[in-house]
Design a protein around this ligand. Structure first.
Ligand SMILES: *Cc1c(COP(=O)(O)O)cnc(C)c1O
Length: 346
């Protein structure tokens, strides 16, 4: 086949930072060992790029949400290190779990019954201590079915670990009670933000996702976490415009003076949504290039006043230090990662 020409979008991953982030989160987890949430294609960064690096750094437990996400992870780590958070919705899911050897996370008595009735075996168990998302209700724990489960990891999930609210301590106290009541090989409560809450929340295994990839949900993690994802986009065209001319859809920006502007290969399909709006900018060799007008589907236009040397075909940086990018775009750090799209090339 004819070789593809070079791309006009790049996603450069700092894999040393990714490995360091895992090691830092593992250290902050105290006696517990950090796992890794790699659902949603490792939060948009690519399971194939991320999982080998984390496994090499020392991560043993990998979490996906969907059964469809298993094969990509299984290509890099043994099955008994993978758990599927959405759990078995059908007998076909149970068969798939057994055939591959990955563990389902059971989230209800119905899922538990399905797993036991199709043969049982090692599983994880999610208990809801207050998020009201997935998980057995505390009132379900006395059901005789629970005693029949071979629970590897007993889990719960924090609702507000990125905030200092009483709900954190309430969930911790409930999870301690659950831990005393349900036999399991290991216990696990903390996501990235939960690790920032301190040792008491760590139990045996922690489950960071966001912070592995450079997200910072709590101030305690600022010093420990480095940026991993660096999106870069090419300048497709440089144009000279006159005072009074509009730029882009609906002429949302109108020049008040003659300007040199750059049309950059970056749009919604690449995670760059209209909410970046007037506060957004790109950078060329450090110089700030403010966005002009609206983001188009595949392009944005920037002011090149600060970068007189910028030429067509050159790269500009998309500022993606996640806490700051979140602040400016009003997208969550999770959204910034998971919407990056399919058109970037390494
Ligand atoms: C996604 C997820 C995580 C990881 O959460 P982050 O906030 O990204 O660290 C941990 N546990 C469960 C159950 C999850 O669904």
């Amino acid at each position: 086949m004819t070789m593809l020409p070079p791309p006009s979008l790049r996603l450069d991953l700092d894999t040393a930072a990714l490995a360091d982030n895992w090691r830092s989160l593992d250290r902050l987890s105290g006696a517990a060992r950090a796992g890794a949430a790699v659902k949603a294609d490792a939060y948009g960064l690519g399971v194939g790029n991320v999982v080998p690096v984390l496994a090499q750094a020392g991560a043993r437990d990998f979490l996906v949400a969907h059964w469809s996400e298993v094969p990509a992870v299984l290509a890099h780590v043994p099955a008994d290190r993978i758990a599927v958070l959405h759990g078995p919705m059908s007998e076909a899911d149970c068969r798939f779990a057994r055939a591959t050897g990955v563990r389902p996370v059971l989230n209800s008595l119905a899922q538990g019954a399905r797993w036991v009735n199709t043969g049982g075996g090692p599983c994880d168990l999610m208990v809801d201590t207050g998020i009201n998302r997935l998980g057995l209700a505390l009132s379900d724990l006395g059901d005789p079915l629970v005693a029949r489960l071979a629970v590897d990891t007993l889990m719960s999930h924090l609702a507000s670990a990125d905030e200092d609210v009483p709900q954190n301590a309430e969930q911790l106290a409930r999870f301690r009670d659950v831990s005393a009541a349900v036999p399991a090989r290991r216990r696990s409560l903390a996501n990235s933000a939960g690790i920032g809450l301190g040792d008491a929340y760590a139990f045996d295994v922690t489950r960071p996702g966001l912070a592995l990839y450079g997200g910072i949900p709590r101030a305690e993690l600022v010093a420990a976490i480095r940026q991993v994802a660096y999106p870069r986009a090419a300048i497709l065209q440089v144009r000279q415009i006159e005072a009074g001319e509009g730029v882009g859809y609906n002429a949302a920006f109108v020049a008040s003076r003659p300007m040199r502007v750059g049309v950059v290969s970056l749009g919604y399909a690449d995670g760059f949504l209209r909410c970046w709006g007037a506060r957004g900018y790109l950078r060329y060799e450090g110089a700030k290039l403010p966005l002009l007008g609206k983001v188009s589907m595949d392009m944005v236009v920037v002011d090149l006043a600060a970068a007189p040397g910028a030429r067509e075909g050159e790269w500009v940086d998309v500022p993606y230090y996640l806490p700051a990018a979140s602040e400016r775009s009003s997208l969550s750090q999770y959204e910034l990662l998971t919407t990056l799209g399919q058109r970037y090339r390494a």
